[in-house]
Design a protein around this ligand. Sequence first.
Ligand SMILES: C[S@@+](CC[C@H](N)C(=O)[O-])C[C@H]1O[C@@H](n2cnc3c(N)ncnc32)[C@H](O)[C@@H]1O
Length: 360
Amino acid sequence: MEERGLKIFVPEEEEPGKDSSVFYNKDMKNNRDISWAALKVFREKVEVPEFNIADALAASGIRGFRYSGQGNIHLNDTNPRAIESIEKGLEENDIEAEVSESDANVFLSENRNFFHLIDVDPFGPFTPYLDSTARAANYQSFVGLTATDNAVPAGSYKKTCMRRYGSTPMKNALMHETGLRIYIKEAFQNFARYDKCFDPKICWHERHYTRVMGRVTESKSRANRTLENIGYMSFCPQCRWRKLERVDKCGHCGAEVKVAGPLWTGKISDQRFTSEVLEEMPEDWESREIVELLDSEAEILTPFYDLHKMASSTGLMAPKREDVIENLREKGYPVSRTHFTPTGIRTDAPLEDVISAMKD
Ligand SMILES: C[S@@+](CC[C@H](N)C(=O)[O-])C[C@H]1O[C@@H](n2cnc3c(N)ncnc32)[C@H](O)[C@@H]1O
């Protein structure tokens, strides 16, 4: 098979999964496109004599192949058939890389502070690899973490979420934003344990996966300051009021609220970074659409509103998203679409103004 002009040697399958002899999922192309562009942006900001890149769970090697030309590539996987695919791919694509067949935790832990980019793209959660990623991350590095256990921090398995992430999730229209914020919190706290600070730069949710990408710096004081961004999210099931803070009663109708967390209460992407990522991405890549949305919503903190859900709780007809956006913009509020759902908007306007914009 091919992806963006690179040859990949894997059996063609209907449903790639854990049992694939060598895993390759073409539906993760957007994830790889955005990760490639994010690396380009980060790469331009760092001046080091050698830039070391780790694809710690490489499967066919496609991620690492796509990062070629940006540094010294290290590809690792435990599966001997993956190693064969990687070696064939390197030869056919004329790429040089170091290849190893180790457990990702061993591979990363043996390379303390060595890597400037670490890509962790496992089956399920990234949590089993966080400690070794923090050890292996250089004091100026970039880290990309994929998780496919979305149902857990999105509230379908509360106990598992408590066990795996130490957080209470929330199962409602906001569940994927809650999940993404739990993932970022987990990454941040883990790096903080190693006196490293993780700053989310571009983080998103798409279909069955969530991707968290951010910059790592070795700074205790920065990590201490950033601790402010760990907190809670309150949500009123009656009127859909929400706040990135732990409260007892709804600030709009006074009803009892549901609280999720601890989670990340800061921005989920950095708009300066997402705009640079967009500049790197060719105009005809579909994956641009996700980054355009991330770019437009990056500066707005309040969790998004699903206009269809708002319509059913207020008894109003679901208005056109663009009309609500225009109305709130005219009133001077920051407002945008959101990558979480095509029926959503993100705005810092108070709930009463969102409702009045829907009525208007
Ligand atoms: C989801 S796939 C990686 C997909 C790949 N990054 C891509 O973009 O196509 C996960 C890979 O991790 C490998 N793997 C599973 N457990 C591992 C471990 N403990 N250490 C290293 N590799 C592991 C599997 O063999 C599989 O190839």
